[in-house]
Write a protein that binds this ligand. Structure first.
Ligand SMILES: Nc1ncnc2c1ncn2[C@@H]1O[C@H](COP(=O)(O)OP(=O)(O)OP(=O)(O)O)[C@@H](O)[C@H]1O
Ligand SMILES: [Mg+2]
Length: 251
């Protein structure tokens, strides 16, 4: 099962969601995290190398493309294919190549032993996101309960549906995941309902699990640890655990 975490809005909680999801899934089955964001935040959380090792760049862009197996780093936080700042040039390098959107899908087809793959993406609707959407089974869209939350989601949803129509009929939106949720104000609660209605009108759902904030999230990122290891009982961890149950339909 290949999950992609996507939202073209920056700083929304994609990397936090992707790393926690991968960390929690790894307790259930062999899991690989792929960092498809040139910023490399997941790479840094996993303390993965970027220099002198094969990265996603070598797997999907380089002219002598490497098998994905050779780019997997086995680290204490888990298995990862690291990002590379050079991936920022992907747009230019893959432009004009009709197969340019299928590189990640092709690479994942070579991968056998992993039960789960989680792809972290950049805040943009770029060629790397298309590669991720074409390679994926399910999209998870994190968003916050603020008044701008749904701005941009429709555009992302249209992009996903276009990929589903043309390149990847099996692609599904697993749902919208409310993150950094305080749940204290009435405004937030009414926005939650509003987001639910809009999600339904787009043909998707909002996960019942909402991810609450926790200061330990930032501390864990600073210390380059997974939240489930660093703070197994903080609100954010507890919520990500129930989110994964909900996602996999085990709750
Ligand atoms: N549950 C949470 N509790 C506290 N802080 C959080 C939580 N989730 C995310 N954050 C913080 O929000 C910030 C942005 O999160 P994150 O890096 O996951 O977003 P992103 O969507 O991946 O950003 P980008 O678009 O730049 O890739 C980070 O500083 C992170 O620590
Ligand atoms: Mg990120």
């Amino acid at each position: 099962m290949v999950f992609v975490v996507a939202n073209q809005k920056g700083g929304i909680g994609k990397t936090t969601t992707a790393t926690n999801l991968a960390g929690i899934l790894a307790k259930r089955g062999k899991t690989l995290l792929i960092d498809a964001d040139p910023q490399g935040n997941s790479t840094s959380t996993y303390q993965a190398k970027v220099e002198d090792v094969a990265t996603l760049y070598d797997v999907i862009i380089d002219t002598d493309r490497l098998p994905i197996d050779e780019a997997i780093q086995h680290l204490p936080n888990g298995d990862i294919v690291a990002s590379d700042p050079l991936l920022a040039k992907a747009e230019k390098l893959l432009d004009g190549d009709v197969e340019g959107f299928y590189r990640l899908k092709d690479a994942l087809e070579e991968l056998e032993e992993y039960e789960y793959v989680v792809i972290d993406t950049a805040p943009s609707l770029n060629v790397l996101l298309y590669n991720a959407l074409i390679a994926a089974d399910q999209v998870i869209i994190p968003l916050t309960a603020d008044s701008y939350a749904m701005q941009g989601i429709q555009q992302l949803y249209n992009t996903i549906m276009a990929v589903k129509r043309r390149q990847n009929p099996g692609l599904e939106v697993a749902g919208l995941l409310l993150v950094k949720y305080a749940g204290r104000s009435n405004l937030e609660k009414s926005l939650y309902e509003q987001i639910g209605e809009q999600a339904a009108s787009m043909g998707t759902r909002v996960f019942a699990t909402r991810i609450r904030e926790c200061v330990k999230t930032k501390e864990a990122q600073k210390q380059k640890k997974l939240l489930i290891d660093y703070a197994p009982r903080c609100n954010t961890t507890v919520d990500y655990l129930s989110f994964v149950d909900e996602l996999l339909g085990v709750s």
